[in-house]
Design a protein around this ligand. Sequence first.
Ligand code: NAD
Ligand code: UDX
Length: 457
Amino acid sequence: MFEKRIACIGAGYVGGPTMAMIAMKCPQYKVTVVDVNEARIKAWQTDDLPIYEPGLLEVVQAARGRNLFFSTDINAAIRESEIIFVSVNTPTKTFGEGAGKAADLQYWEKVAREILRESESPKIVVEKSTLPVKTAQTMENILNANDRNIRFDVVSNPEFLAEGTAVKDLLSPDRVLIGSRETPEGLKARQAIVDIYANWVPTERIITSNVWSSELSKLVANAFLAQRISSINSISALCEKTDASVAEVSRAVGMDARIGGRFLNAGVGFGGSCFRKDILNLVYICEGYHLYEVARYWQSVLEMNEYQETRFVRNMVRSMFNTIVGKRIALFGFAFKADTGDTRESPAIHVAKKLLDEKAELVISDPKALDNARIDLAGCGGGIDYVEDPYEAARGVHAVAVLTEWDLYRKLDWGRIYGSMEKPAFVFDGRNILDTRKLFEIGFNVYPLGRPPLKHF
Ligand code: NAD
Ligand code: UDX
């Protein structure tokens, strides 16, 4: 009764939302999302979804049980589907050749072998995970090494959604990119994927390319986005020395239509599961082709990010009279950005660890990320409390550091917070979201990012 059956292997931050959107927009397709992680699959079957993403529950509820299914029966999903999206994790390799840079493709390869083993009919296999350029070749080599005469076409369809805005990004993407071999079979497979998105994405936003360009474009898009942040973060350091304001510089620079205003917010550093790993991967690929100058160029984007995180903590220690031993410090926000509970590569992890090295005591506060924060900081030693309510978290602390741009921190009663803190009271605004003048007038010593501090001594 369904026109097509689609499977997605990997029910994470990408697989879950992407497939939920496809299912909602295409009731004629059966969409089954599978994962080895039983707890994750169970959570997708309830209204307590495994990830926090604004608007996602409504999308899931619109299709779940109708044409959207979550299951751990990976083999059954492979067998019955004509199209298989693969959205497993591709983290940075931590061992062996390429450790610390290359993408770890073990999950990806395992899935390829499972598809090969279970398939009884031709399949289109879609690379949804972010992969090194030329991975489709490996995938094809594995899949087509079968003596059962089953045809597999590998298509690249990288995902560009950002966490926190995934639903909006999926509903109305800037573009959908689909890369394939330019053979008759490859073009047919490409069209099958175009047909899915054409159910709701305007055709001019669905772009196609050869498979290698598609794989590489994903790495390059992330590298460019991160490069903008590192560029403005480098300037934030200069602004603090020169009485310039990085927000004003950013606005003036971004109004040049050739530059554009987005992704120019200076902050404590970029986090998230993608930027660092994808740039490391790009660097590794360039080195593999002996393009050392190119590799160094992109490596410097990561170095600037590490500098920014380190600089932020150094600034805190220096401002608080060169010692924070035994001082309680509240971290407002632990997620790597607002509107997500995800803490992967969050700058807050690095800041927290460095503050603990300086023997500070920490109170971690976040509306959605405390469970992940506990996991990230497990075994770090030192005194750490986890308190969701920011007013409670700030009671008796010497300093508050804002590390995630949650809207709620803008709206707090900072006078009340000041009243409950040790004096002199410090605020370090790692995201430039607070009204610094107002805080200064309340009595705080305020350290915004990319602007000289406002202090009472
Ligand atoms: P994730 O870790 O949240 O999800 C991956 C899932 O794959 C996990 O639930 C894991 O259990 C499952 N998995 C691993 N091996 C499996 C196997 N053999 N069989 C079945 N399931 C298996 O990762 P994610 O954030 O969704 O990222 C997935 C991919 O998408 C990565 O390549 C990432 O680079 C890319 N990507 C992520 C984002 C993002 O915002 N998170 C955006 C664009 C692209
Ligand atoms: C990113 C890409 O934006 C997305 O297209 C890709 O598919 C996955 O990787 P994500 O990591 O989810 O998405 O979030 P993003 O909004 O890009 O933010 C990444 C980090 O950069 C966050 O820590 C954020 O706080 C930081 N950031 C972003 C800045 O510091 N300044 C900015 O101006 C923008």
